[in-house]
Write a protein that binds this ligand. Structure first.
Ligand SMILES: NC(=O)c1ccc[n+]([C@@H]2O[C@H](COP(=O)([O-])OP(=O)(O)OC[C@H]3O[C@@H](n4cnc5c(N)ncnc54)[C@H](OP(=O)(O)O)[C@@H]3O)[C@@H](O)[C@H]2O)c1
Length: 335
């Protein structure tokens, strides 16, 4: 049997009775979408968006059967692109892979070479996916804050909301590693030791960061903020920023609408920075991965990661949507 005829495991979503069902199946390369590079997937991951797709939420997937998984890393198996050769280590996040076309919850993936990033020096596929889309987004958020003046020398605390989630955990470890004093906001006080081990200087109960601000301007508290929660949490973070500070809005774990007031912008000159990891331009992508290889302490990533197989994902989707997953989950598609 040639490599092209080989069957390999995949988690396949089918639309049934108005809902979405996941089944573990063997598929072949003929089932994969078009693309100029085929990758032997070593690892994928579970992100919040994967949880939504696995549960058929958000209308992100329009065609079934579907193989989810919004990110993966592995080795090039075949390439019609001059940029990649068989054996090259690559990673992919975003570009609507795992939504508009088959993603990383299969042992092979076929994609456009324009979407692939070479694994940065010193980073293997498992480490890359321990970071994954959530960690890559945390890096983009840190870069956006730095571009708007955040520097550790200026002092002050940087708030990270949803801190024990994937994006939040990497944001805490990154910021602390760069010398910032990090205030980690969490609804799970039992994760305080975990967050301190990642570098958090202070643990802030969610009850302090989640309520809608009672006034347009609250005391100036944060030198910067990375928000993975949205909703009233984002509104409160904006009202609590120091003069000229910035908040990077990354997520919606607490809701995608937020009650806004323009006074923090007009009277404190604060910045609300949007962070999109999906269509982020390739040079910025590559820069973010170089930074992750350099600035994210390896031991911290290992300490926030656990490994699962494809069959574990439907149950874990419910856990991540309920805010019960801690840190990052990597997925071995052959496990
Ligand atoms: N902009 C982008 O390109 C991009 C990329 C990746 C992810 N995201 C978004 O970023 C968010 C985080 O993603 P993730 O993969 O890190 O998910 P995650 O692991 O589930 O983390 C989310 C965290 O938010 C907190 N949380 C959950 N529900 C909440 C609620 N109702 N109110 C307040 N806090 C709540 C929990 O942390 P605590 O228990 O510690 O409070 C939870 O662990 C998601 O909304 C995701 O869609 C956006």
């Amino acid at each position: 049997m040639s490599a092209a005829d080989a069957r390999f495991p995949a988690l396949v979503l089918e639309e049934r009775e108005g809902g979405v069902r996941a089944e573990l199946r063997e598929i072949g390369e003929a089932d994969l979408p078009e693309g100029d590079v085929t990758v032997e997937v070593a690892y994928s991951t579970l992100n919040y968006k994967d949880g939504m797709i696995l549960k058929g939420l958000g209308r992100m997937v329009r065609r079934y059967p579907h193989v989810p998984g919004v990110d993966f890393a592995g080795n090039v198996l075949k390439s019609a692109s001059p940029r990649f050769r068989p054996g090259d280590g690559v990673l992919l996040t975003g570009y609507r892979v795992g939504e508009a076309q088959f993603g990383g919850y299969a042992a092979r993936a076929r994609v456009k070479s324009d979407w692939l990033v070479k694994l940065p020096a010193g980073m293997d596929a498992r480490r890359a996916m321990a970071i994954g889309t959530a960690g890559f987004t945390a890096m983009l958020a840190v870069m956006a804050l730095e571009e708007h003046g955040l520097e550790p020398e200026a002092g002050g605390e940087v708030l990270v909301t949803g801190a024990s989630g994937g994006l939040g955990s990497v944001a805490v470890a990154l910021l602390a590693g760069l010398g910032h004093r990090v205030a980690a906001a969490t609804g799970r006080p039992e994760n305080a030791d975990y967050l301190r081990a990642l570098g958090a200087a202070e643990i802030v109960p969610r009850a302090e960061t989640a309520p809608a601000p009672e006034r347009p301007l609250l005391s100036e508290r944060w030198a910067g903020a990375i928000d993975s929660v949205g909703g009233t949490t984002l509104a409160r973070a904006l009202a609590s920023l120091r003069y000229h500070a910035s908040c990077a809005a990354c997520g919606l774990a607490g809701g995608n609408e937020f009650p806004g007031n323009v006074l923090p912008f007009l009277l404190r000159g604060v910045n609300l920075l949007g962070v999109d990891s999906v269509m982020c331009a390739m040079p910025r992508r590559e820069e973010a991965w170089r930074r992750l290889a350099r600035d994210l302490p390896a031991a911290k990533i290992d300490g926030m990661t656990r490994e699962v197989g494809l069959r574990d994902l439907p149950g874990l989707a419910e856990e991540i949507l309920a805010g019960r997953v801690r840190g990052r989950i990597v997925v071995d598609p052959r496990r």
